[in-house]
Write a protein that binds this ligand. Structure first.
Ligand SMILES: Nc1ncnc2c1ncn2[C@@H]1O[C@H](COP(=O)(O)OP(=O)(O)OP(=O)(O)O)[C@@H](O)[C@H]1O
Ligand SMILES: [Mg+2]
Length: 309
């Protein structure tokens, strides 16, 4: 799997997005393509610190693009030199299927049942992108988790402790649920990303998801995770889609992202070929939008704003 930023993108790579360091970059001789270790070195030499965060893609509504975002953004973040662990917690195993059609030897429920160590369930897709895969075996997960006696707040923290230092970002792709697993995952998360399609049923699912997160805050008032609502599959030809986006700018403590993920067939083409949208050479809205989301999760968009003021 080629995770390198290809030569065709190198020149424009920093343009517009990273002005705070752009002038200094003039002094650096860039190679033809940018590998994750090289980008990491450049970013760190410019004083950037890779964030250490747990991010979950979570929405009760099915088909909101949780997996599409989790998978493609993980790929982009790895390209940008982030050390990523993508954890597939959905028994549908769509994120896993994007990498391999073979049934994994171990999945998450095996870790919970002490059948293997967490490190043994993880496979390296690339040196910067690791996957904890899923399969239908995770159908047992909810029942197993409900039986646990540990402090819910520490459950995922303790479970990932042996490997946590190997990664900057741990990213969960969750099933379309409000379950004990999504409850435990929300307690583990620093960022809860709620993909939402601008249509009636999806908005309803998003609101139920946000309301469950509000309840969680009442139970644990010191929780300080960020909740980000991301509009997905936006088609400008649908008037109602624009109306939802305009009307729903204030969602209480959840932050509505100032960018949208546009509807783009590239996502489906990539999915059909077991690729990420970044594996295609030509420009696309899909690549642009995933790049902005990746930079948001890395805090680079804030850095950009700080650099321009
Ligand atoms: N921006 C987009 N443009 C076009 N198609 C998209 C876009 N985002 C996602 N899709 C398509 O929408 C479908 C559902 O996406 P996906 O499987 O990522 O949703 P999900 O929220 O993970 O679903 P589930 O709740 O079942 O886990 C997929 O076929 C995917 O290719
Ligand atoms: Mg999914």
């Amino acid at each position: 799997m080629a995770i390198t930023v290809p030569p065709s993108e190198v020149e424009s790579f920093f343009g517009g997005f990273f002005p705070s360091i752009q002038s200094e970059l003039g002094n650096i001789k860039l190679p033809k393509d940018l590998s994750p270790p090289l980008l990491r070195k450049i970013f760190q030499e410019q004083g950037y610190t890779y964030p250490r965060k747990n991010i979950i893609f979570h929405c009760l509504k099915g088909g909101a693009a949780k997996t599409t975002l989790a998978y493609n953004v993980s790929f982009r973040l790895a390209q940008l030199g982030c050390r990523i662990l993508l954890v597939d917690l959905d028994k549908q195993a769509n994120a896993t299927y994007s990498f391999t059609t073979e049934k994994p030897k171990h999945v998450f429920v095996d870790v919970v049942l002490n059948k293997c160590k967490v490190s043994e369930a993880i496979t390296a897709v690339d040196s910067f992108l690791h996957l904890l895969p899923s399969s239908l075996d995770n159908a047992r997960l909810e029942m197993e988790l409900l039986g646990r006696r540990e402090n819910p707040r520490l459950f995922y923290r303790n479970l990932f402790a042996p490997v946590r230092d190997n990664y900057d970002l741990v990213i969960f792709d969750l099933p379309p649920d409000l379950s004990h697993n999504t409850y435990l995952s929300s307690l583990f998360a620093d960022i809860i990303c709620v993909p939402t399609t601008p249509d009636e049923y999806s908005v309803y699912g998003m609101k139920l998801t946000l309301s469950s997160l509000e309840d969680l805050k009442k139970e644990y008032p010191d929780l300080n995770h960020e909740v980000l609502v991301v509009w997905t599959k936006y088609d400008g030809r649908e008037k109602s889609a624009s109306r939802y986006i305009t009307d729903l700018q204030d969602l209480g403590s959840a932050r509505v992202m100032p960018f949208i993920i546009r509807s783009d067939i590239t996502f489906k083409h990539a999915q059909a070929q077991g690729k990420s949208v970044f594996d295609f050479k030509r420009k696309s809205n899909a690549k642009e939008d995933m790049d902005i989301l990746a930079r948001e999760l890395m805090g680079l968009n804030d850095l950009n704003k700080a650099g321009t003021t």
